[in-house]
Write a protein that binds this ligand. Structure first.
Ligand SMILES: Nc1ncnc2c1ncn2[C@@H]1O[C@H](COP(=O)(O)OP(=O)(O)OP(=O)(O)O)[C@@H](O)[C@H]1O
Ligand SMILES: [Mg+2]
Length: 278
């Protein structure tokens, strides 16, 4: 059915995939501001930088966009699943930086990293560790990131650490035993869901990307409904738009109306879009 649906609307590919594909990155003023701030924090070697946002608001996609935009002077290590011990974590970081060491002591690994970032700094390079899903870091691992941040010269941090996670991450960092780290975070960006106007632009943007000559229209009232049902969370918008397009296709309609959205919403599994919204 997927191929027929694409052909019916004139899409080259599916417009509402839920993978973090940077070709589909829609940049609202908020996104532009956040990306600029993150880049500033990294290039100015601010040490810790924090990015938080609710589930599905685009944190992982934003990291990818940032990586595409950092340039060759930044060596990066990206940890996507941080449920690792501090030794596993530091070894992964070293490996990402192309440093392998047989010795398994934590101290040896830290020394290795220190040598690497010092060498990078002398050749004008910066080092960045991005930890996604950082709300899942153990205390031990969070404490280790603080040690990493202690690698510094007299004038700047040798390693920049971007912690990315759900709002629970901020709560975790506010706990008394982590206040030492909390104090070092100079930059905190928050990704919010989209408002109704941005939701409309987002939908139009993705549709045009998927098929510059696509024949499909979302009525204003349909967009209002989508925004209301998803509370402007991009992953949920994608799911509901996808279901709405299927519904419309089955009816032979190229116009997405409010009632099509409602119908699609009713058919969307509860786990995909929670019915907590009005
Ligand atoms: N600005 C955007 N432009 C285009 N698509 C977006 C944007 N923001 C989010 N999306 C889409 O929404 C979906 C969820 O994005 P992403 O996986 O980055 O969210 P997340 O915040 O990392 O979620 P989680 O908390 O579950 O890890 C993806 O399909 C992504 O492509
Ligand atoms: Mg994510």
């Amino acid at each position: 059915m997927a191929a027929m649906y694409r052909e019916f609307f004139g899409f080259d590919e599916a417009p509402f995939n839920v993978t973090p594909d940077t070709r589909y990155l829609y940049l609202s003023p908020m996104h532009l501001g956040i990306l600029e701030t993150l880049k500033y924090g990294i290039h100015e070697r601010k040490g810790f930088v924090l990015l938080t946002g609710e589930v599905g608001t685009g944190k992982t996609l934003s990291i990818r966009a940032l990586l595409n935009d950092l340039g060759k002077t930044v060596e990066t290590s990206v940890i996507l699943n941080p449920q690792l011990s501090r030794l596993e974590l530091i070894k992964t970081i070293n490996r990402d930086f192309g440093q392998e060491l047989k010795k398994n002591s934590f101290k040896d690994q830290i020394d290795l990293l220190n040598q690497f970032v010092l060498k990078s700094a002398t050749s004008g390079k910066n080092a960045l560790v991005i930890i996604d899903e950082a709300q899942n870091l153990s205390f031990e691992a969070i404490e280790m990131t603080r040690l990493l941040s202690n690698l510094e010269t007299e004038t700047f941090k040798l390693i920049q650490i971007l912690l990315v996670g759900q709002p629970e991450l901020s709560e975790k960092l506010a706990l008394p035993n982590l206040r030492q780290l909390r104090q070092r975070i100079q930059i905190h960006c928050r990704l919010s869901p989209l408002d109704e106007e941005q939701t409309e632009r987002y939908i139009i943007f993705r549709i045009q990307k998927a098929g510059p000559r696509a024949k499909v229209a979302f009525e204003k009232s349909a967009v209002t409904k989508i925004h209301q049902r998803t509370e402007g969370v991009p992953r949920l918008i994608n799911t509901l738009c996808d279901f709405s397009l299927i519904s419309a296709y089955l009816k032979g309609s190229r116009v997405i109306t409010k009632s099509i959205v409602e119908e699609a919403f009713a058919e969307t599994p509860e786990y995909a879009i929670p019915a907590s919204c009005p």
